[in-house]
Write a protein that binds this ligand. Structure first.
Ligand SMILES: [Fe+2]
Ligand SMILES: [Fe+2]
Length: 197
């Protein structure tokens, strides 16, 4: 995929994957996944990781909401938010490495007409890590503002929650699109024939 094409489908601009990458998904719609006999242990484990990321996002969003509503102060926010964000980002980093080095090449080889989808997903990973770096910069600024004027701390807190919103929105879109591309491939081919077992 040309880089300009990839940009067109970047997390910042797209709303779902392009239709030509969703033909297999149309045959295996999301509502049918649970009951399908080819939904094996590997893909179920992978989906459970995605669910864990979604749950972490909800918890972290809730903490941002509390800061925005002045239910907690910036210090309480940092103490609760930063270790949980680190947990999320560390697990995400590992998850992305497994996808890029192990899983994506298997799926792309099995369905070569969907290969552009994997370029899109890899670009998403880069965007997500960039969003995370931007958030870490804001959190560092918030941390350094301890004991500084309230207005400055409030503004830094708002910047952090805004950067987290960008990260969480991008991550949730990525998880959904990734599942729409990958689960139908597994259901069509089976984990066994893909060599996932
Ligand atoms: Fe991914
Ligand atoms: Fe993933």
């Amino acid at each position: 995929m040309q880089s300009t094409e990839a940009n067109r489908f970047s997390l910042n601009y797209r709303n779902g994957l392009p239709q030509d990458l969703l033909q297999l998904c149309a045959k295996y719609p999301r509502e049918s996944w649970d009951k399908h006999p080819n939904l094996g242990e590997r893909v179920q484990f992978w989906l459970s990781r995605h669910d864990m990321f979604r749950e972490m996002i909800v918890m972290l969003e809730d903490c941002c909401q509390k800061l925005s509503n002045n239910l907690i102060d910036a210090e309480e926010f940092s103490q609760w938010f930063i270790p949980r964000l680190s947990f999320l980002l560390n697990h995400l980093d590992l998850h992305h490495k497994v996808e890029e080095f192990h899983l994506f090449p298997i799926f792309a080889a099995a369905e070569t007409k969907l290969i552009d989808g994997f370029s899109i997903l890899e670009t998403d990973h880069q965007s997500i890590h960039l969003f995370a770096d931007n958030l870490k910069t804001e959190l560092q600024a918030l941390f350094e503002l301890k004991n500084k004027p309230r207005d400055e701390v409030k503004r830094a807190g708002e910047n952090s929650t805004m950067k987290f919103a960008t990260l969480s929105k991008g991550l949730v879109s990525h998880l959904n699109d990734e599942e729409d591309l990958i689960v139908p491939i597994v259901l069509y081919h089976s984990e066994e024939s893909l060599g996932l077992i």
